[in-house]
Design a protein around this ligand. Structure first.
Ligand code: PMP
Length: 401
C-alpha cells in the first residue's frame, strides 16, 4: 500500500491559474488585472526609492546575520506599532501593546489565529466578511476555528450592506472573533465610513465581540498613513481589546521579504505581559526566529525622519496613480455611455475594485479582449495604465452591452 494513496488533489488556486493563462496568451493587447501587487505605468514592479536608500544605509553598516529574538527586531516592531496606533496613544503609556514580528500579513493572521485558538473558549466562532481575502478561511480553519460569514457587500449597490452587516454581527454568538479589514477591503474595495465604523463598534461592544483587524494596506489606500489607520485607532480609543495583523508588503513594496507584525492591545499591563509570553511560545513553534533583512529595511525607514518623509511621498505617488486610474476608467465608461452606473469605481478604495461584471462577462472579456480578472469581477487597479485603459474601457463596454 502507498502512504499517500488517500491524499486527494487539492482544487487549483484561482489566482495562480489566472496568471498561467495570462502568460500563455500571445496577444499584444493582453492585460493582467489579476495581480495583487503594485505596478508602475509601464506595468513593471516598482521598488520604492526610499527602500533603495534604506538598503544603502544598511549595507554601509556591514551588518551581521545573527538570530533575532523570538519577538523580532525591536526597533522595527515598536515603530510598526506606533505607525498603527499613533505615537501618543495611551495604550503605549500604559504598557499594554504586545508586538511580534511575523512572516508578513499572512504570518500575522496565522500567529494570531493560533494564539487565540489556545485561549478563547473552544466553540468561539470566527466571523469573516462575505466576501473576504480567500486565505482568511483557510488560516482560521487551519488554526482549528469554525468560520462563518457576516454580510458585507451588497451586489445591488456595489457598496456596503451596513444593515446586513450590523444584523449578522448582532445575530452571532456573543464573544465571537470578527475579522475586519482595517482599510482597502480585499476583494471589494468597499470600506465603511467613519460614521459606519462607529455603528459597527456599537454592535460589537454590545455583543462582546473581539475585533481582529487585518491591516494589509495602510497608507497604500488613501496615500495617508494616519487616515488609513482610523478604524484601528477608533476601536482602541473606545476601550476594545483587539488584535492587528500588519503587513508591509504593499505599502513598502517588500512583497517577497515577508515583513509584518502581529499586535495585541490588552486592557492591562499585566495581561499584556501574559499574552506576550504566550504569543512567544506560539511563534516559537511556527518560526522560532523571524527573518532579519526586510525588518532591517522597514526599521531603517521608520526610524529615520528624512526617510519617513520620503516614504510618505512614495505612498502618495502609488495611491495617487491608482486613484487617477479609477477616475480615468469611470470617465471613459461614462463617455462611452456604457449601461449602468460606474460611480463605484471611484467610491471604492485601494488595490482592488469590484466592477460588478458577471462570471459570463469576465469569461467574455478574457476570450474576446485578452483581459484577465478573477471570476468575481475583481480588477487590480494597479494593472491599469495610460497605455491600456482605453482598451479596457472599450472591452468592458462591449461585454456589458
Ligand atoms: N490580508 C489581506 C486582506 C490581503 O489582501 C493580503 C495580501 N494579499 C494579506 C493579508 C497578506 O499579504 P502578505 O502575507 O503578503 O503580507
Amino acid at each position: 500500500a502507498q502512504v499517500f494513496s488517500n491524499v486527494p488533489l487539492a482544487p487549483p488556486d484561482a489566482i495562480l491559474n489566472l496568471s498561467t493563462l495570462y502568460k500563455a496568451d500571445e496577444s499584444t493587447q493582453k492585460v493582467d488585472l489579476g495581480v495583487g501587487a503594485y505596478r508602475d505605468n509601464e506595468g513593471k514592479p516598482w521598488v520604492l526609492p526610499v527602500v533603495r536608500k534604506a538598503e544603502e544605509i544598511i549595507f554601509q553598516n556591514r551588518p551581521e546575520h545573527e538570530y533575532l529574538p523570538i519577538g523580532g527586531l525591536a526597533s522595527f516592531t515598536s515603530s510598526a506599532a506606533t505607525l498603527l496606533l499613533g505615537k501618543d496613544n495611551v495604550a503605549f503609556k500604559e504598557n499594554r501593546v504586545v508586538s511580534f514580528q511575523t512572516i508578513s500579513g499572512t504570518g500575522a493572521n496565522y500567529l494570531g489565529a493560533r494564539f487565540l485558538a489556545k485561549f478563547k473558549p473552544q466553540d468561539t466562532l470566527v466571523l469573516l466578511s462575505q466576501p473576504t481575502w480567500a486565505n482568511h478561511q483557510n488560516i482560521f480553519n487551519t488554526a482549528g476555528f469554525t468560520t462563518q460569514n457576516y454580510r458585507y457587500y451588497d451586489p445591488s449597490t456595489l457598496g456596503l450592506d451596513l444593515q446586513g452587516m450590523l444584523q449578522s454581527l448582532g445575530d452571532a454568538p456573543n464573544g465571537s472573533i470578527v475579522v475586519l479589514h482595517a482599510c482597502a477591503h480585499n476583494p471589494t474595495g468597499v470600506d465603511p465610513t467613519q460614521d459606519q465604523w462607529q455603528q459597527i463598534a456599537d454592535v460589537m461592544q454590545a455583543k462582546g465581540h473581539f475585533p481582529f483587524f487585518d491591516c494589509a494596506y495602510q497608507g497604500f489606500a488613501s496615500g495617508d498613513l494616519d487616515r488609513d489607520a482610523f478604524a484601528i485607532r477608533y476601536f482602541v480609543q473606545r476601550g476594545f481589546e483587539c488584535s492587528v495583523a500588519q503587513s508591509f508588503a504593499k505599502n513598502l513594496g517588500l512583497y517577497g521579504e515577508r515583513v509584518g507584525c502581529y499586535h495585541v492591545i490588552t486592557k492591562t499591563e499585566q495581561s499584556a505581559n501574559h499574552v506576550r509570553s504566550q504569543v512567544a511560545r506560539t511563534s516559537r513553534a511556527i518560526i522560532s526566529n523571524p527573518p532579519l533583512y526586510g525588518a532591517r529595511v522597514a526599521s531603517t525607514v521608520l526610524n529615520t525622519p528624512e526617510l519617513m518623509a520620503e516614504w510618505r511621498d512614495n505612498l502618495k505617488f502609488m495611491a495617487g496613480r491608482i486613484i487617477t486610474m479609477r477616475d480615468e476608467l469611470r470617465q471613459r465608461l461614462v463617455q462611452l455611455g456604457t449601461p449602468g452606473n460606474w460611480d463605484h469605481i471611484v467610491n471604492q478604495i485601494g488595490m482592488f475594485s469590484f466592477t460588478g461584471l458577471s462570471p459570463t462577462q469576465v469569461e467574455a472579456i478574457k476570450t474576446k479582449h485578452h483581459i484577465y480578472m478573477t471570476s468575481n469581477g475583481r480588477i487590480s487597479m494597479a494593472g491599469l495604465s495610460t497605455h491600456n485603459i482605453d482598451h479596457v474601457a472599450r472591452a468592458i463596454d462591449d461585454v456589458v452591452r
